[in-house]
Design a protein around this ligand. Sequence first.
Ligand SMILES: Cc1cc2nc3c(=O)[nH]c(=O)nc-3n(C[C@H](O)[C@H](O)[C@H](O)COP(=O)(O)OP(=O)(O)OC[C@H]3O[C@@H](n4cnc5c(N)ncnc54)[C@H](O)[C@@H]3O)c2cc1C
Length: 405
Amino acid sequence: MPQRIVIVGGGIGGLETALSLKNLLPSSANITLVDRAEYHSFIPSIHNVVSGDIRARDIQIPLALVLGLRGIEFVHDEVMSADVAGKNVILPARVLDYDYLVLSSGAENNFFGVQEAETFSHRFRSPEDAERIHADLCALVDERSRKCSVIIAGGGPEGVEVAGELLDMIRKRGYGHDLREGRISLQLIHSQDNILPGFPARAQNFAREYLLQKGVTIVTGHRIVEVRQDAVMLDSGVTYDASMLIWTGGIQPNRLIRELPLAKDPDGWLKVTDRLHSPDNKSVYGVGDIVSIYMDDRPLALTRLAYHALDQALIAAMNINSHLRGRRDVGYAPKDRPQLVSLGKEMGICSRKDIVLTGQWVVLLKKIVQARYLMTYLSKPALSALASSIPAGGFRQILRMFSPL
Ligand SMILES: Cc1cc2nc3c(=O)[nH]c(=O)nc-3n(C[C@H](O)[C@H](O)[C@H](O)COP(=O)(O)OP(=O)(O)OC[C@H]3O[C@@H](n4cnc5c(N)ncnc54)[C@H](O)[C@@H]3O)c2cc1C
C-alpha cells in the first residue's frame, strides 16, 4: 500500500520537507501539503515590503505551482486539528489520513496578555501584514497637519529591521525634516536592557547608535503593559502617544499546536527528539519554528530561524525515508551560520559568534540570499519536472537542437 505523508504548513520548513521527501521516497508515495495560504512567502524579507521597496508578491511563490510541478498534492485549506491516534488531520470539510505527519505550521505573535494589544497592533509576520503597515503609514505621514508617532514593540532583529525600513520610507517620501522637527516620531520599545538580544555586544551597540543617530528613540528595560487606540503605557507608568503600534515582541506556537495531545515544552512548543519526531509518536514529525528539540532530556537553545527550519526539513525527510525502508535514522545537529540584520537600505550587520561586520554590503547580501532562495524554489521543481517529462535519449537531441551550428 502506498505511503501517505501529510505536511501541515507550506512555509520555509514545510515546503523544503515536501520537496526533499519527493526526492527521497519511492514514486508511489503520496505527499500532500496543506496550507491556509495560497502562497509560500520568504518571511525574512518582509521588512522590504514595509518601505514599499518591493510588493508582497515579489517574495511569494504560488504553492500550487511549485508543488504541482513536482507531483505533490497541494490542499489550500486550514488544518483545524489532528487525531494522532487515528492518524488523520481534520480540515473544515474533509479529513486526510496519513502514515506520517509533518507539522510545520510556524509561530504567531505573542501579546503576553497585554490588554488590547491584539486589537490595536499591526502584526508583522507576513507580507500581507507588511503591506498593511506600508499603506496605513503612508496615509498617516501624508496627513501633514497631524502628528504621527509610530511605536515599534520589540527590539529583536524584526523590530530593528522594521525601524530601519520606516526611516527609509519617511525619507523617501520627503519627510526627513518632519522626523527631525518632531512631527513624525519613531520609538522602539524593548523590555530587556539591550536591543538585538542574543547578539554580541558590539552588534547591539552598533544598531543602537545607528538608529539613535537616524532619529529613532529607543526605550529599553521597560515593557508595554497597556495598549489603547492611540497610546501605549509602560510598566514605568510613562505613556506614549501611538498613531500606529507595530508588534514584533515575542512569538508563540499557534492554536493547532497548542491543542494537540502531544508532548510540549513548558512554553507550549512541540517537543521533538533530535530525530525530529514526537517522543510520544514516531509517526509525527515537527520542523521549524514550532519545535523544541530535546537531546538527552534537555532542550537545545536554538533561535527560531529560517536556516534551522531548512536543515530540520531535510533531516525529517531523511528520517521518514529511513523509517519506511527500515534503515537507521540520523540525528539533527544545529549548524551555526551568520545572521544578517539590515538597518534600512544603507547599513546592515552581519554577525556570527563574536565576529561582527557592518556595512551596506550586508543589505545587498540579504537581497542575494532572497533572490537565490526564490529562484531555487522556482527552478528546482521546474527543472526536475522538465527532466522527468523528456523521454530517454531525448536530452541529447534537445541539446543538439540548441547547440550553435
Ligand atoms: C519579520 C521576520 C523576519 C525574519 N527574518 C529572518 C532572517 O533574517 N533570517 C532567518 O533565518 N530567519 C528569519 N525569520 C524567521 C523565519 O522566518 C522563520 O524561522 C521561518 O519562517 C520558520 O519556518 P516555518 O516553516 O517553521 O514557519 P513559517 O515559514 O511561518 O510557515 C508556516 C506556514 O504554516 C501555515 N499554517 C499555519 N497554521 C496553519 C494551519 N492551521 N493550517 C494550514 N496552514 C497553516 C502558514 O500559512 C505558513 O505558510 C524572520 C521572521 C520574521 C517574522
